[in-house]
Design a protein. Structure first.
Length: 422
Protein backbone atom coordinates (compact mmCIF):
# COMPACT_ATOMS: atom_id res chain seq x y z
CA UNK A 1 0.00 0.00 0.00
CA UNK A 2 1.36 3.42 -0.95
CA UNK A 3 1.05 6.32 1.46
CA UNK A 4 2.34 9.87 1.32
CA UNK A 5 3.90 10.65 4.69
CA UNK A 6 6.21 13.45 5.88
CA UNK A 7 9.41 11.41 5.89
CA UNK A 8 12.82 12.99 5.86
CA UNK A 9 15.24 11.66 3.23
CA UNK A 10 14.28 8.02 3.58
CA UNK A 11 17.32 5.76 3.54
CA UNK A 12 19.59 8.81 3.23
CA UNK A 13 23.32 8.42 3.60
CA UNK A 14 25.26 11.71 3.66
CA UNK A 15 28.97 11.53 4.25
CA UNK A 16 30.68 14.86 4.84
CA UNK A 17 34.46 15.08 5.14
CA UNK A 18 36.68 18.21 5.33
CA UNK A 19 40.43 18.72 5.16
CA UNK A 20 43.05 21.33 4.28
CA UNK A 21 43.39 21.34 0.50
CA UNK A 22 46.41 19.39 -0.74
CA UNK A 23 47.74 18.70 2.75
CA UNK A 24 48.17 15.37 4.47
CA UNK A 25 45.84 15.40 7.46
CA UNK A 26 45.12 13.30 10.48
CA UNK A 27 41.70 13.34 12.10
CA UNK A 28 41.32 12.82 15.80
CA UNK A 29 39.97 9.30 15.50
CA UNK A 30 41.19 7.96 12.17
CA UNK A 31 44.97 8.18 12.14
CA UNK A 32 46.85 9.50 9.10
CA UNK A 33 44.46 10.12 6.20
CA UNK A 34 45.07 12.26 3.10
CA UNK A 35 41.67 13.41 1.92
CA UNK A 36 43.11 15.30 -1.05
CA UNK A 37 43.34 12.05 -3.00
CA UNK A 38 40.81 9.50 -4.15
CA UNK A 39 42.73 6.84 -2.24
CA UNK A 40 42.55 8.90 0.94
CA UNK A 41 38.79 9.31 0.65
CA UNK A 42 38.41 5.59 0.03
CA UNK A 43 40.51 4.85 3.13
CA UNK A 44 38.33 7.15 5.21
CA UNK A 45 35.13 5.50 4.03
CA UNK A 46 36.63 2.06 4.58
CA UNK A 47 37.45 2.99 8.19
CA UNK A 48 33.72 3.62 8.63
CA UNK A 49 32.80 0.27 7.10
CA UNK A 50 31.62 1.83 3.81
CA UNK A 51 32.64 1.52 0.16
CA UNK A 52 33.22 4.49 -2.13
CA UNK A 53 30.82 3.21 -4.78
CA UNK A 54 28.17 5.77 -5.69
CA UNK A 55 29.67 8.66 -3.70
CA UNK A 56 30.06 12.17 -5.15
CA UNK A 57 33.12 14.16 -3.99
CA UNK A 58 32.80 17.92 -3.39
CA UNK A 59 35.83 20.17 -2.93
CA UNK A 60 35.74 23.83 -1.89
CA UNK A 61 35.58 26.19 1.11
CA UNK A 62 31.79 25.89 1.57
CA UNK A 63 30.07 22.55 1.08
CA UNK A 64 26.39 21.77 1.44
CA UNK A 65 24.35 18.58 1.15
CA UNK A 66 20.59 18.81 1.29
CA UNK A 67 17.46 20.08 -0.44
CA UNK A 68 18.03 23.85 -0.11
CA UNK A 69 21.32 25.38 -1.30
CA UNK A 70 22.33 28.34 0.96
CA UNK A 71 23.62 30.49 -1.96
CA UNK A 72 25.89 30.83 -5.00
CA UNK A 73 29.08 30.78 -2.94
CA UNK A 74 28.28 27.28 -1.71
CA UNK A 75 29.16 24.06 -3.47
CA UNK A 76 25.82 22.26 -3.32
CA UNK A 77 24.45 18.85 -4.12
CA UNK A 78 21.19 16.99 -3.60
CA UNK A 79 22.84 13.62 -3.98
CA UNK A 80 22.25 11.20 -1.14
CA UNK A 81 25.84 9.93 -1.08
CA UNK A 82 28.44 12.68 -0.93
CA UNK A 83 31.97 13.34 0.36
CA UNK A 84 32.81 17.00 1.05
CA UNK A 85 36.43 18.18 1.23
CA UNK A 86 36.54 21.77 2.53
CA UNK A 87 39.56 23.95 1.78
CA UNK A 88 40.75 26.94 3.77
CA UNK A 89 41.12 27.57 7.48
CA UNK A 90 37.48 28.51 7.95
CA UNK A 91 35.85 25.93 5.72
CA UNK A 92 32.32 24.87 6.54
CA UNK A 93 30.35 21.67 6.22
CA UNK A 94 26.60 21.64 6.46
CA UNK A 95 24.18 18.76 6.05
CA UNK A 96 20.39 18.86 6.28
CA UNK A 97 18.25 15.75 6.34
CA UNK A 98 14.75 16.96 5.61
CA UNK A 99 12.08 16.88 2.92
CA UNK A 100 9.14 14.64 2.01
CA UNK A 101 8.92 11.46 -0.03
CA UNK A 102 6.27 9.09 -1.31
CA UNK A 103 6.96 5.71 0.26
CA UNK A 104 5.67 2.34 -0.81
CA UNK A 105 5.59 -0.18 2.01
CA UNK A 106 5.14 -3.92 2.01
CA UNK A 107 4.72 -6.44 4.81
CA UNK A 108 7.20 -5.79 7.60
CA UNK A 109 8.84 -2.75 9.12
CA UNK A 110 9.57 0.54 7.36
CA UNK A 111 12.95 2.00 8.29
CA UNK A 112 13.76 5.69 7.84
CA UNK A 113 17.49 6.33 8.13
CA UNK A 114 19.84 9.32 7.97
CA UNK A 115 23.62 9.01 8.39
CA UNK A 116 25.90 12.08 8.53
CA UNK A 117 29.69 11.96 8.94
CA UNK A 118 31.62 15.25 9.14
CA UNK A 119 35.29 16.01 9.69
CA UNK A 120 36.83 19.51 9.64
CA UNK A 121 40.39 20.74 10.32
CA UNK A 122 39.38 24.21 11.46
CA UNK A 123 35.89 25.44 10.84
CA UNK A 124 32.35 24.45 11.62
CA UNK A 125 30.49 21.17 11.33
CA UNK A 126 26.72 21.46 11.41
CA UNK A 127 24.35 18.54 10.92
CA UNK A 128 20.58 18.49 11.22
CA UNK A 129 18.50 15.32 11.10
CA UNK A 130 14.75 15.94 11.17
CA UNK A 131 12.72 12.80 10.53
CA UNK A 132 8.98 12.36 10.86
CA UNK A 133 6.42 9.66 10.12
CA UNK A 134 2.64 9.77 10.38
CA UNK A 135 0.11 6.91 10.57
CA UNK A 136 2.62 4.22 9.65
CA UNK A 137 3.20 1.07 11.75
CA UNK A 138 5.52 -0.55 12.51
CA UNK A 139 8.15 2.11 11.80
CA UNK A 140 11.79 2.61 12.79
CA UNK A 141 13.51 6.01 12.54
CA UNK A 142 17.29 6.21 12.83
CA UNK A 143 19.67 9.20 12.93
CA UNK A 144 23.43 8.74 13.16
CA UNK A 145 25.78 11.75 13.25
CA UNK A 146 29.57 11.54 13.59
CA UNK A 147 31.65 14.75 13.74
CA UNK A 148 35.37 15.42 14.21
CA UNK A 149 37.04 18.81 14.48
CA UNK A 150 40.16 20.52 15.83
CA UNK A 151 39.40 24.09 16.91
CA UNK A 152 36.01 24.73 15.35
CA UNK A 153 32.58 23.75 16.66
CA UNK A 154 30.63 20.53 16.20
CA UNK A 155 26.86 21.05 16.24
CA UNK A 156 24.31 18.24 15.91
CA UNK A 157 20.53 18.60 15.89
CA UNK A 158 18.24 15.56 15.89
CA UNK A 159 14.45 15.72 15.85
CA UNK A 160 12.49 12.49 15.48
CA UNK A 161 8.71 12.32 15.65
CA UNK A 162 6.11 9.61 15.10
CA UNK A 163 2.37 10.24 15.13
CA UNK A 164 0.05 7.21 15.00
CA UNK A 165 -3.72 7.61 15.14
CA UNK A 166 -4.92 4.70 12.99
CA UNK A 167 -5.06 0.98 13.61
CA UNK A 168 -5.21 -1.38 16.57
CA UNK A 169 -1.49 -2.27 16.41
CA UNK A 170 0.78 0.78 16.79
CA UNK A 171 4.54 0.30 17.04
CA UNK A 172 7.35 2.84 16.73
CA UNK A 173 11.10 2.80 17.44
CA UNK A 174 13.35 5.89 17.51
CA UNK A 175 17.15 5.52 17.49
CA UNK A 176 19.58 8.44 17.70
CA UNK A 177 23.38 8.29 17.90
CA UNK A 178 25.67 11.33 18.07
CA UNK A 179 29.46 11.01 18.29
CA UNK A 180 31.51 14.22 18.52
CA UNK A 181 35.29 14.55 18.87
CA UNK A 182 37.18 17.85 19.09
CA UNK A 183 40.52 19.40 20.03
CA UNK A 184 40.14 22.92 21.43
CA UNK A 185 36.66 23.40 19.95
CA UNK A 186 33.23 22.80 21.46
CA UNK A 187 30.72 19.98 21.02
CA UNK A 188 26.99 20.60 21.10
CA UNK A 189 24.25 17.98 20.73
CA UNK A 190 20.49 18.41 20.92
CA UNK A 191 18.33 15.29 20.52
CA UNK A 192 14.53 15.29 20.78
CA UNK A 193 12.46 12.15 20.27
CA UNK A 194 8.65 12.06 20.40
CA UNK A 195 6.08 9.28 19.95
CA UNK A 196 2.34 10.03 20.15
CA UNK A 197 -0.12 7.13 19.80
CA UNK A 198 -3.94 7.20 19.86
CA UNK A 199 -6.15 4.18 19.19
CA UNK A 200 -9.86 3.37 19.41
CA UNK A 201 -9.65 0.11 17.47
CA UNK A 202 -9.61 -3.44 18.87
CA UNK A 203 -9.35 -5.36 15.62
CA UNK A 204 -6.26 -7.52 16.20
CA UNK A 205 -6.97 -11.20 15.62
CA UNK A 206 -5.16 -12.42 18.73
CA UNK A 207 -4.64 -10.93 22.19
CA UNK A 208 -3.86 -8.16 22.79
CA UNK A 209 -6.67 -6.87 20.63
CA UNK A 210 -5.28 -3.34 21.02
CA UNK A 211 -1.51 -2.80 21.23
CA UNK A 212 0.72 0.29 21.54
CA UNK A 213 4.52 0.18 21.73
CA UNK A 214 7.00 3.07 21.84
CA UNK A 215 10.76 2.48 22.06
CA UNK A 216 13.56 5.05 22.38
CA UNK A 217 17.33 4.86 22.21
CA UNK A 218 19.56 7.93 22.51
CA UNK A 219 23.35 7.54 22.62
CA UNK A 220 25.60 10.60 22.82
CA UNK A 221 29.41 10.51 23.10
CA UNK A 222 31.36 13.78 23.30
CA UNK A 223 35.12 14.21 23.65
CA UNK A 224 37.05 17.49 23.64
CA UNK A 225 40.72 18.17 24.40
CA UNK A 226 40.17 21.52 26.07
CA UNK A 227 36.80 22.77 24.84
CA UNK A 228 33.32 22.15 26.20
CA UNK A 229 30.68 19.44 25.82
CA UNK A 230 26.97 20.21 25.91
CA UNK A 231 24.24 17.58 25.54
CA UNK A 232 20.47 17.75 25.69
CA UNK A 233 18.40 14.57 25.35
CA UNK A 234 14.58 14.64 25.41
CA UNK A 235 12.37 11.54 25.04
CA UNK A 236 8.56 11.90 25.18
CA UNK A 237 5.97 9.11 24.96
CA UNK A 238 2.23 9.70 24.97
CA UNK A 239 -0.11 6.71 24.63
CA UNK A 240 -3.89 6.71 24.81
CA UNK A 241 -6.04 3.65 24.18
CA UNK A 242 -9.84 3.59 24.22
CA UNK A 243 -11.96 0.49 23.67
CA UNK A 244 -15.63 -0.47 23.77
CA UNK A 245 -17.30 -3.86 23.61
CA UNK A 246 -17.14 -7.04 25.69
CA UNK A 247 -14.86 -8.07 28.52
CA UNK A 248 -12.82 -10.24 26.14
CA UNK A 249 -11.00 -7.12 24.92
CA UNK A 250 -7.30 -6.97 25.83
CA UNK A 251 -5.47 -3.61 25.84
CA UNK A 252 -1.68 -3.32 26.13
CA UNK A 253 0.71 -0.35 26.31
CA UNK A 254 4.48 -0.64 26.40
CA UNK A 255 7.14 2.07 26.58
CA UNK A 256 10.92 1.68 26.71
CA UNK A 257 13.24 4.68 27.16
CA UNK A 258 17.02 4.29 26.98
CA UNK A 259 19.59 7.07 27.18
CA UNK A 260 23.39 7.07 27.42
CA UNK A 261 25.52 10.23 27.53
CA UNK A 262 29.32 10.04 27.84
CA UNK A 263 31.34 13.27 28.04
CA UNK A 264 35.13 13.50 28.27
CA UNK A 265 37.46 16.48 28.54
CA UNK A 266 41.20 16.17 27.93
CA UNK A 267 41.71 12.77 26.29
CA UNK A 268 41.56 13.41 22.54
CA UNK A 269 44.20 11.20 20.90
CA UNK A 270 46.42 12.43 18.07
CA UNK A 271 47.75 15.76 16.76
CA UNK A 272 45.71 18.59 15.30
CA UNK A 273 43.85 17.86 12.07
CA UNK A 274 44.67 21.29 10.71
CA UNK A 275 48.43 21.51 11.42
CA UNK A 276 49.66 18.06 12.40
CA UNK A 277 51.10 19.57 15.58
CA UNK A 278 50.24 18.67 19.14
CA UNK A 279 47.21 20.39 20.59
CA UNK A 280 47.96 23.34 22.87
CA UNK A 281 47.32 22.84 26.55
CA UNK A 282 44.35 24.73 27.98
CA UNK A 283 45.39 28.10 29.44
CA UNK A 284 45.91 28.36 33.15
CA UNK A 285 43.46 30.42 35.12
CA UNK A 286 40.79 30.39 37.73
CA UNK A 287 37.97 27.87 37.50
CA UNK A 288 35.43 30.64 37.07
CA UNK A 289 37.05 31.58 33.72
CA UNK A 290 37.45 28.07 32.41
CA UNK A 291 35.76 27.12 29.13
CA UNK A 292 36.58 23.45 29.52
CA UNK A 293 33.57 21.70 31.07
CA UNK A 294 30.70 19.32 30.34
CA UNK A 295 26.99 19.74 30.83
CA UNK A 296 24.30 17.14 30.33
CA UNK A 297 20.53 17.44 30.59
CA UNK A 298 18.23 14.47 29.99
CA UNK A 299 14.47 14.19 30.33
CA UNK A 300 12.34 11.09 29.83
CA UNK A 301 8.56 11.36 30.13
CA UNK A 302 5.79 8.83 29.69
CA UNK A 303 2.01 9.17 29.85
CA UNK A 304 -0.02 5.97 29.43
CA UNK A 305 -3.82 5.98 29.61
CA UNK A 306 -6.26 3.13 29.00
CA UNK A 307 -10.03 3.04 29.03
CA UNK A 308 -12.02 -0.08 28.26
CA UNK A 309 -14.10 -2.98 29.67
CA UNK A 310 -11.54 -5.82 29.52
CA UNK A 311 -8.01 -6.76 30.49
CA UNK A 312 -5.45 -3.93 30.65
CA UNK A 313 -1.64 -3.95 30.84
CA UNK A 314 0.75 -0.99 31.08
CA UNK A 315 4.55 -1.38 31.16
CA UNK A 316 7.10 1.44 31.14
CA UNK A 317 10.84 1.07 31.89
CA UNK A 318 13.11 4.13 31.68
CA UNK A 319 16.91 4.18 31.99
CA UNK A 320 19.28 7.14 31.82
CA UNK A 321 22.40 8.03 31.65
CA UNK A 322 25.54 10.17 32.12
CA UNK A 323 29.28 9.85 32.71
CA UNK A 324 31.54 12.92 32.82
CA UNK A 325 35.33 12.78 32.98
CA UNK A 326 37.70 15.77 33.15
CA UNK A 327 37.03 19.49 32.90
CA UNK A 328 36.21 22.25 35.35
CA UNK A 329 34.51 20.73 38.39
CA UNK A 330 32.71 23.96 39.24
CA UNK A 331 30.95 24.09 35.87
CA UNK A 332 30.46 20.39 35.11
CA UNK A 333 26.89 19.28 35.71
CA UNK A 334 24.38 16.45 35.12
CA UNK A 335 20.61 16.80 35.40
CA UNK A 336 18.32 13.81 34.83
CA UNK A 337 14.52 14.07 34.95
CA UNK A 338 12.37 10.93 34.64
CA UNK A 339 8.57 10.81 34.92
CA UNK A 340 6.02 8.10 34.28
CA UNK A 341 2.24 8.30 34.71
CA UNK A 342 0.03 5.24 34.22
CA UNK A 343 -3.75 5.42 34.41
CA UNK A 344 -6.16 2.57 33.66
CA UNK A 345 -9.94 2.35 33.98
CA UNK A 346 -9.88 -1.17 35.43
CA UNK A 347 -8.94 -1.66 39.09
CA UNK A 348 -7.42 -5.03 38.17
CA UNK A 349 -5.13 -3.53 35.50
CA UNK A 350 -1.55 -4.81 35.46
CA UNK A 351 0.76 -1.81 35.83
CA UNK A 352 4.55 -1.73 36.04
CA UNK A 353 6.87 1.24 35.70
CA UNK A 354 10.54 1.60 36.52
CA UNK A 355 12.74 4.70 36.54
CA UNK A 356 16.49 4.12 36.71
CA UNK A 357 18.86 7.07 36.86
CA UNK A 358 22.65 6.72 36.95
CA UNK A 359 25.52 9.17 36.80
CA UNK A 360 29.24 9.50 37.50
CA UNK A 361 30.74 12.98 37.35
CA UNK A 362 33.62 15.19 38.42
CA UNK A 363 31.05 17.94 39.05
CA UNK A 364 27.56 17.61 40.48
CA UNK A 365 24.63 15.39 39.52
CA UNK A 366 20.93 15.64 40.26
CA UNK A 367 18.36 12.92 39.53
CA UNK A 368 14.63 13.56 39.91
CA UNK A 369 11.90 10.89 39.68
CA UNK A 370 8.11 11.14 39.56
CA UNK A 371 6.10 7.94 39.31
CA UNK A 372 2.35 7.39 39.51
CA UNK A 373 -0.13 4.60 38.78
CA UNK A 374 -3.63 3.60 39.96
CA UNK A 375 -2.25 2.39 43.28
CA UNK A 376 0.34 4.92 44.41
CA UNK A 377 2.64 7.83 43.56
CA UNK A 378 6.16 8.86 44.56
CA UNK A 379 8.66 11.69 44.12
CA UNK A 380 12.39 11.22 44.56
CA UNK A 381 15.33 13.63 44.41
CA UNK A 382 18.94 12.62 44.84
CA UNK A 383 22.00 14.78 44.33
CA UNK A 384 25.73 14.34 44.73
CA UNK A 385 28.66 16.79 44.53
CA UNK A 386 32.13 15.48 43.78
CA UNK A 387 35.02 16.26 46.12
CA UNK A 388 37.92 18.30 44.75
CA UNK A 389 39.94 16.15 42.39
CA UNK A 390 37.47 13.25 42.62
CA UNK A 391 34.13 12.01 41.36
CA UNK A 392 30.71 11.20 42.75
CA UNK A 393 28.18 8.63 41.55
CA UNK A 394 24.45 8.02 41.89
CA UNK A 395 22.32 4.97 41.22
CA UNK A 396 18.61 5.63 41.72
CA UNK A 397 16.02 2.90 40.97
CA UNK A 398 12.34 3.72 41.44
CA UNK A 399 9.46 1.33 40.71
CA UNK A 400 5.68 1.40 40.89
CA UNK A 401 3.59 -1.76 40.68
CA UNK A 402 0.50 -3.41 42.10
CA UNK A 403 1.91 -3.12 45.63
CA UNK A 404 2.75 0.57 45.36
CA UNK A 405 5.85 2.66 44.69
CA UNK A 406 9.35 2.27 46.18
CA UNK A 407 12.77 3.81 45.58
CA UNK A 408 16.27 2.84 46.66
CA UNK A 409 19.88 3.15 45.63
CA UNK A 410 22.19 5.90 46.72
CA UNK A 411 25.49 7.58 46.00
CA UNK A 412 29.24 7.31 46.42
CA UNK A 413 31.85 10.03 46.78
CA UNK A 414 31.45 13.63 47.88
CA UNK A 415 28.25 14.86 49.49
CA UNK A 416 24.96 13.07 48.76
CA UNK A 417 21.44 14.35 49.43
CA UNK A 418 18.33 12.15 49.18
CA UNK A 419 14.68 13.17 49.41
CA UNK A 420 11.60 11.01 49.00
CA UNK A 421 8.00 12.13 49.09
CA UNK A 422 4.78 10.30 48.32
Amino acid sequence: MSRRIPLVLLGLVILVVASSAGAATRSVDLGQVDLSTTEGVAAYLSSKGLTGKGFVVQRGPLNYAGPKCPGRTWNCTKKTKVVQVASGKHGKNRADCDGSLTQTTTAGTTTIRCIVVQSAPSGRNHARCSLEAKDLSPVVIECQITQTNTDGDNVARVHQRVLQRDGADQRATLNAQVTQTNGTGDNESNVKQTIAQRSREVSMANAPTQNQEGRFSGRIAQTSGSGSNDSRLIQNLNQKGTASGGTNIVQRQFGDHFGDVDQTIGSVVGPSIATGKSKPKPPKGSKSKSKSFSRSFARQTEDQRLRGPGQQTQIGPQSCCSTQIGGDQDKTQVRIRQRSHQQASQATAEQSLSLTGTCTTVGDCGIRHRGQNNKDSIRVLQRCVAPEGGTCSLFVPTTCGSEGCVSGGGGEGGSVVTRRRR
